[in-house]
Design a protein around this ligand. Structure first.
Ligand SMILES: CC(=O)SCCNC(=O)CCNC(=O)[C@H](O)C(C)(C)COP(=O)(O)OP(=O)(O)OC[C@H]1O[C@@H](n2cnc3c(N)ncnc32)[C@H](O)[C@@H]1OP(=O)(O)O
Length: 374
């Protein structure tokens, strides 16, 4: 049996028996544990392409499981996620819908009344909750740098991983922000509840925060329930280029594993270990960089690995260039902001070494010099 999984927040499958196989667009979140066990195959595609891949049959699921929410008057909704599942369900042999009264009923892409459902299951259980992020000194410093890059009135996208979400914490004094994202976690929900995100200057969907999935804690889930100011929409409406080009001043904030001195960004793999994925990174980062209303694609990462034994600013990547050097924009670590737009490769290297941890700068400079002489 092969199971297609998306960004895996739950460790449900971590104990999967050896005979099971998994397929995904990345080894994101808990899916990296499946990759470590060699149970995961990856199709490294952009998130915006997934609906089309399922609709065309290039990716195929025989059985599709969907969790839905139901309102008090019996109306169904996609609840916490409206991704590409519908496209898979339309071609599947069997569609099973679990209706969970504890899943918040949300506005957004309407439930498709014409979808053929083979089995309905009623199951009451609390939706998966993510622990809130603890903010250490590194996270707080990176968040402050990000806050200095984001103007009032900007529209925000936030990528997966603890750090992008944590950066939102420093935006509490901002005004009139908008939100249009693939994932919406507790920090983003807090900004909406505090009125910092009001979507008043968003360019489209005025007054409405738009996301593909919601993943946070029970307070956040209660807040999005039957709340017309937060919409959970299908991937075409969250990641499609035409939609993203209409957003005012899009600021895309995404994590990375490492960045090389030319600005290539690896979000997928370290040596042979799959640790992340493309997801919506390129959809959002390209749209932000091309925005003619001042958008920015912000890559955030700690300057070193957790025990400070190695730099995450590197001369050569230990994996693929998920974001190429023509797409990169600005890179932020706890040591500062490296603006890479419109400057030469030498200047990029100088700026990136400037945001590397001080103890690694000399070595990076000398390795870079050697590389140039080869
Ligand atoms: C639906 C959508 O729209 S998705 C939104 C956009 N797309 C994306 O965000 C996808 C791309 N991004 C990602 O997949 C993730 O943000 C990642 C993989 C880049 C980062 O994820 P995080 O969970 O924040 O990774 P984090 O920085 O904590 O690193 C994970 C582990 O790898 C280790 N690690 C990270 N980088 C390195 C490195 N360069 N060398 C060695 N180890 C490293 C960390 O120390 C950590 O180890 P630990 O688990 O033992 O503590």
């Amino acid at each position: 049996m092969q199971v297609f999984v998306g960004t895996l927040f739950s460790d449900t499958f971590a104990q999967a028996p050896e005979g099971m196989r998994f397929l995904s667009y990345g080894a994101i979140g808990q899916a990296s544990r499946l990759a470590d066990r060699r149970l995961l195959s990856v199709v490294p595609e952009r998130y915006s392409r997934l609906p089309g891949l399922f609709a065309s049959g290039a990716l195929q699921a025989d059985v599709v499981l969907i969790q839905a929410a139901m309102s008090s008057d019996g109306k169904l909704s996609w609840g916490l996620a409206s991704d590409y599942t519908l496209d898979a369900a339309r071609r599947a042999r069997t569609v099973v819908v679990e209706v969970n009264p504890q899943t918040p009923w949300t506005y957004g892409t309407p439930w498709p009344d014409d979808l053929r459902v083979d089995a309905w299951v009623l199951a009451a259980h609390a939706p998966l909750e993510l622990p809130s992020v603890s903010m250490g000194k590194v996270e707080k410093t990176i968040a402050a740098h990000v806050a200095s890059l984001v103007p009032d009135g900007a529209t925000l996208q936030v990528g997966v991983g603890a750090l992008p979400d944590a950066t939102l914490d420093a935006l509490r004094q901002h005004r009139a922000l908008g939100l249009h994202s693939g994932v919406l976690g507790d920090a983003g929900l807090h900004l909406i509840r505090a009125g910092v995100v009001d979507n008043s200057r968003k360019g489209c969907d005025v007054g409405i925060s738009v996301t593909n999935t919601v993943c946070g804690g029970s307070d956040g889930y209660a807040f999005v329930a039957s709340n017309a100011a937060v919409e959970v929409r299908h991937s075409d409406a969250t990641h499609g280029a035409a939609v993203l080009s209409r957003l005012h001043c899009l600021h895309a904030i995404n994590g990375a594993l490492e960045v090389d001195l030319s600005g290539q960004v690896n979000c997928e793999q370290l040596q042979s270990r799959l640790r992340g994925g493309v997801g919506g990174l390129l959809d959002f980062a390209r749209a932000a960089r091309q925005s003619d209303s001042g958008g920015r694609a912000i890559t955030v990462l700690p300057a070193t690995v957790s025990d400070a034994a190695a730099s995450r600013i590197v001369v050569s990547l230990n994996g693929p260039a998920t974001m190429g050097r023509a797409d990169v924009d600005v890179v932020v670590t706890e040591y500062g902001i490296a603006d890479l737009r419109d400057v030469t490769l030498d200047e990029r290297a100088r700026r990136l070494i400037g945001v590397a941890a001080p103890q690694f700068r000399e070595r990076l400079e000398s390795e870079q010099r050697k590389m140039k002489e080869m």
